[in-house]
Design a protein around this ligand. Structure first.
Ligand SMILES: C[S@@+](CC[C@H](N)C(=O)[O-])C[C@H]1O[C@@H](n2cnc3c(N)ncnc32)[C@H](O)[C@@H]1O
Length: 360
């Protein structure tokens, strides 16, 4: 895994007991890293604090098969559920962990109806009731103690029933990974300096990626427009599933403005007026200072206007988006990666439900 990919996970600030959602999880490199971080944080903890788990969602079945192999290979499967689903509409809530239940998982799974009634009354969420619908929330993979059919719903202003951390590592044009791919093709790291010193690597770059046609193929306008709309939808759904006080990281391995800064700007604009208006935070405190990252300020007035963002909001939105960072192959000598860290405001004390009512 490249450093910059690990950085997206570090930016989440994983803590012990976190229930984490990754909306585009396959093939699973970041998911395995998150699981390792959870294991480190929970080492030596009492067993009730070792309840951190990860829910991974991806729309591509063949990639989920790889993901399942990976989580088994790296022995992280015991805390991971995978769902084959569209992340823009996925609404399965965190799992109920049965490890610490006095009743055996087998008996609980057998009394499915009983579970559904309990879940409905304890947290008031939408619980799917028919077997037919239950199939939709059956995981693609889950270990035995996390295998109950998923409860669906969305956290609201009084319920902490969502995820503590959400990673949206969105589908993108992958243009920032070119150096990463070349690194493996050439069997050695390659940066801009290599290309200058060694013309043959530049030639390989041209040949491999057809660079003279790069703008019209990989970065074709209509392709980017479709992707950025998908990215916005994924970000919105991830944010809906986030608990108050929780953290969401949005990342892509593209270096284009349309798939990064613009997506965050459109998201923030759409949240204006929402009581859970996000705070955009710098991910830098969670990242090693030895690898330089850029704080880009690329959002021009014309970009903001193109997306219907009123002039009165431009300055504020630019300020928010400038908290995001970019790892750039030229500056950082890593693959390209964009990272934005968003926090949902916490509930005020009187609204927080007693943990017994959370259904966790
Ligand atoms: C950049 S890759 C994710 C890499 C992954 N996070 C990792 O670290 O290994 C993007 C993924 O998004 C998935 N994807 C595309 N559209 C999706 C959607 N609507 N819902 C969920 N996943 C989607 C793709 O199948 C692909 O596996």
């Amino acid at each position: 895994m490249d450093f910059s990919s690990g950085a997206a996970v570090l930016a989440l600030g994983v803590e012990k007991g976190d229930q984490i959602l990754e909306l585009c999880c396959a093939p699973g490199a970041k998911l395995c890293f998150m699981s390792d971080l959870l294991a480190i944080k929970e080492r030596g903890c009492d067993k009730e604090f070792r309840s951190g788990n990860i829910t991974g969602v991806d729309i591509a079945e063949h990639r989920l098969f790889t993901c399942r192999s990976l989580i088994k290979k790296y022995k992280t499967a015991y805390r991971t559920r995978l769902f084959l689903a569209d992340g823009t509409t996925f609404n399965v809530l965190p799992p109920i962990d049965l490890r610490f239940s006095k009743r055996t998982p087998k008996k609980l799974i057998a009394s499915k109806e009983n579970y559904l009634t309990q879940a409905a009354s304890s947290d008031g969420t939408n619980v799917l009731k028919t077997d037919n619908l239950l199939k939709q929330t059956a995981p693609f993979y889950a270990p035995r103690h996390l295998r109950l059919p998923g409860r669906t719903g969305l956290p609201n202003s009084t319920c902490l029933i969502g995820y503590d951390k959400v990673l949206v590592d969105a589908e993108c044009t992958h243009d920032g990974s070119i150096m990463h791919v070349l690194k493996y093709r050439l069997g050695k790291p390659i940066g801009i300096r290599d290309a200058e010193e060694n013309p043959s690597s530049e030639a390989i770059c041209e040949k491999t990626f057809n660079l003279d046609k790069f703008d019209s193929t990989v970065l074709d306008d209509s392709r980017v427009a479709v992707l950025s709309s998908l990215q916005l939808d994924l970000l919105q759904q991830g944010y809906r599933l986030l608990n108050p006080g929780g953290t969401l990281v949005y990342s892509t391995c593209s270096l284009t403005i349309d798939q990064n800064e613009t997506v965050i700007a459109r998201f923030i604009h759409a949240q204006i007026g929402n009581s859970a208006f996000p705070v955009v935070e710098s991910p830098s405190p969670f990242l090693p200072s030895s690898i330089p990252a850029a704080n880009p300020k690329y959002l021009t007035t014309s970009i903001l206007e193109t997306h219907g963002i009123a002039t009165e909001h431009h300055e504020y939105i630019r300020e928010c988006v400038s908290q995001a960072i970019r790892y750039d192959p030229i500056v950082s000598e890593t693959s390209g990666l964009f990272i934005a860290r968003l926090r949902k405001p916490p509930l005020s004390g009187d609204k927080i439900m007693d943990s017994a009512q959370k259904g966790k």
